[in-house]
Structures are given as structure tokens and as C-alpha cells.
Design a protein around this ligand. Structure first.
Ligand SMILES: [Fe+2]
Ligand SMILES: [Fe+2]
Length: 192
């Protein structure tokens, strides 16, 4: 049976992501990811405020998990003599849509957004290649996510399936978020 989490994963995997081929591509990627990570805590705080019951407990637990990740990434970037962007319009558009859903629609779209972030983690082989190129300390945050997100993805899939009534909005949010990630990454890399 196609559960909502399987449909969500299929939609996410149907979108191809641009390849990182140069240092400039990698830095553009890190800046975009930092822009997104900066919003993880505040989005989850809002989600805790707007939800109830088991969903609220899930968001609360994940909020504790996401703590400081943007700061870690900024520290990693410093090792590469880079800094996060002051304003990241692509991150504002991608993460910003979720503030709208949380305020004006409901607390379920964020599950799709989280799936877009966690259902397709960077492979450990890719992490190792990056470590070889840039040194392991600069890849700390990426390694942490590549290691832990497969477990987070399993838990998230369970939560999505428990909210099958909201499958449409969860799937849509996951798909649109993934399309935005691919579009903006491609745009950033082409201008890097
Ligand atoms: Fe994280
Ligand atoms: Fe995660």
C-alpha cells in the first residue's frame, strides 16, 4: 500500500538536484543550507505553538534536536574563510512559505517541508569526498546530518503516516519545497 510517507518520498526523489562540482558550488550550497537551518528552530517553535497532542510532542522533540545547528554550520564555514549571507532571498522564499502555512493553514505542511530536508540525506560517500577536499572539521555539520537524518527520516515517516488525513498538504509541501531547493541551488551554482 502507498502510505502518505511513501508518496512523499517518491515525490521528493522525482526531483533531480544539481551536482556540486566546484568549491564555489559548495560554498553556494553551504550558504543556502545555512539560510534554511537558521529558520529550523523558529519554524518548529511556531509549529509547537500551533499544534496539539502527539504532533506537538513531535515538534517539541525535534526543536531540541535542531538547536544550534545553524551556529555549527557558521563555525564550519569560518574554517573555510566563509560566512553566512546576511540576507538569503532563496532561503526566505523556501522556509518563509512554511511560516505562511503555520499561520494561515495549519501545522501539517511543515511535516512535508521536514521530509524535503530529511528524506534524502547526503550520502556518507559524498561526506567523505567533501572531507578529503575541505578537511573533516569543516564538514562536521554535514556529517552529523548525514549520520542522523536517516533515523530522523524514519521517525518523520511514522508521524506523516499518523496524519494521513492531511496527506495532500504534506505531499504538496514536500514537493514544492524540493522543487524550490533544486531551483534555487541550480540558480546559485550557475552564478557561483
Ligand atoms: Fe539539523
Ligand atoms: Fe535531522
Amino acid at each position: 500500500m502507498m502510505t502518505p510517507s511513501i508518496v512523499t518520498a517518491d515525490l521528493i526523489c522525482s526531483v533531480s538536484m544539481p551536482k556540486m562540482e566546484t568549491r564555489a558550488h559548495f560554498i553556494a550550497f553551504l550558504k543556502f543550507v545555512h539560510g534554511l537551518m537558521r529558520a529550523s528552530g523558529p519554524l518548529l517553535e511556531l509549529a509547537v505553538e500551533r499544534s496539539s497532542g502527539a504532533l506537538r510532542e513531535y515538534y517539541k522533540a525535534h526543536l531540541a534536536e535542531e538547536k544550534d545547528h545553524a551556529d555549527w554550520l557558521a563555525e564550519d564555514m569560518e574554517l573555510l574563510s566563509e560566512a553566512p549571507s546576511q540576507i538569503d532571498h532563496a532561503a526566505a522564499a523556501t522556509a518563509g512559505a512554511q511560516y505562511y502555512y503555520l499561520r494561515h493553514v495549519g501545522p501539517h505542511a511543515l511535516l512535508g517541508y521536514m521530509a524535503a530536508m530529511e528524506f534524502r540525506p547526503m550520502s556518507l560517500a559524498d561526506v567523505e569526498s567533501l572531507e578529503t577536499l575541505y578537511g573533516a572539521p569543516a564538514i562536521r555539520t554535514l556529517r552529523y546530518h548525514a549520520t542522523h537524518d536517516p533515523e530522523h527520516a524514519k521517525e518523520l515517516a511514522r508521524v506523516i503516516d499518523e496524519h494521513a488525513k492531511f496527506a495532500d498538504i504534506i505531499c504538496y509541501s514536500a514537493f514544492v519545497t524540493t522543487r524550490m531547493l533544486a531551483f534555487y541551488l541550480d540558480e546559485r551554482m550557475r552564478h557561483a
